[in-house]
Design a protein around this ligand. Sequence first.
Ligand code: PMP
Length: 357
Amino acid sequence: MIEDLIKPNIKALKAYTIDAPPCSIRLDANESPYGFPLGALKIAINRYPDPEAAALRKVLAGKWGVEPECVLHGNGSDELIYYLLTAVGGPVLIPAPTFSMYRIIADSLGENTIMVALDGQFDLDMEAMLAAIGRHNPKLIFLSRPNNPTGNSFTCEKVLEVIENAGGLVIVDEAYQPFSPRGDSFIDLLPRYRNLLVMRTLSKIGLAALRLGFIVGDKAIIGAINKVRLPYNVNSLSQAAALGILKDEKSIDACIVNIKDERDRLFMELSKLKAIKPYSSDANFILFKLQNNASVTADALYKKLIADDILIKKLAGGGASGAPGPLDNCFRVTVGTPKENAAFIMSMKKITGGSLK
Ligand code: PMP
């Protein structure tokens, strides 16, 4: 059979599908609701892109206070996760629940993954983490901080303890760091730890279409991972567009401030609804759980929101060893514009019976 040519670990995989009914209010993918004007891009489209994305890496290295050689560029941070797993391999330690691509890419490359459940507050369970580090000596540990989809930031001291106890590389994925009220970044700690890498993306701050992600870390490690990078992984349009938009730091920052304010307002509004429990968030989204005694099921809530032209992300499972898990009956809603958020709240009130706590 021709299908038997496919590796068994790939056959066993479920494709990463994105469920996106055509709603006009899209609060499902942690995108920014605000875009930026592209302007006129002067690009020689008959030429390959700059393989090193040198100008862009220089600008970002300057912002992050590191040397350009400490920055590796990817076609989104998804690609960089792939490169890390290709260059370093497993075992890979991943907390659960977290961003699903760490596991999906590790599985697709046939690497051994160890999932460790987060504690009741969605923070790192240090006893379990240190036990797993001791037992498996993972070569890679992925920590999303703030964590997707739970929205919280793992306690800084706990992350430091993981870095200090790990024999392998610890990747602190700061995709949502710009929205963190703390404003703390592990980039500042890079000089202290050679085994620390920080991952960043421009996707969440309004440039998702460009597919631009970065790893920041030790020059030698960055150089080694760079060996598996495909030659022209970031196209010329994305490089030029990002360079233009990044010059307007004021506009980018204003959008971030607006999203943070709206997140806090959205959280307050969601807290008033009796049918759900929202979790406080340091990111541009909010996780909430439908209460057992709610008058509507999770399926019905999802479908009714779609009928109101609003798409959010429905979650399930999320445990270290599959379903059932802490994300059962949970949803993740991305912070939209004030108007979108108001429409979402209104629809939620209507669907869940509107009763307030
Ligand atoms: N890391 C985390 C924690 C994410 O949530 C996402 C996107 N949802 C990514 C990385 C991937 O981002 P990118 O668009 O840069 O591939």
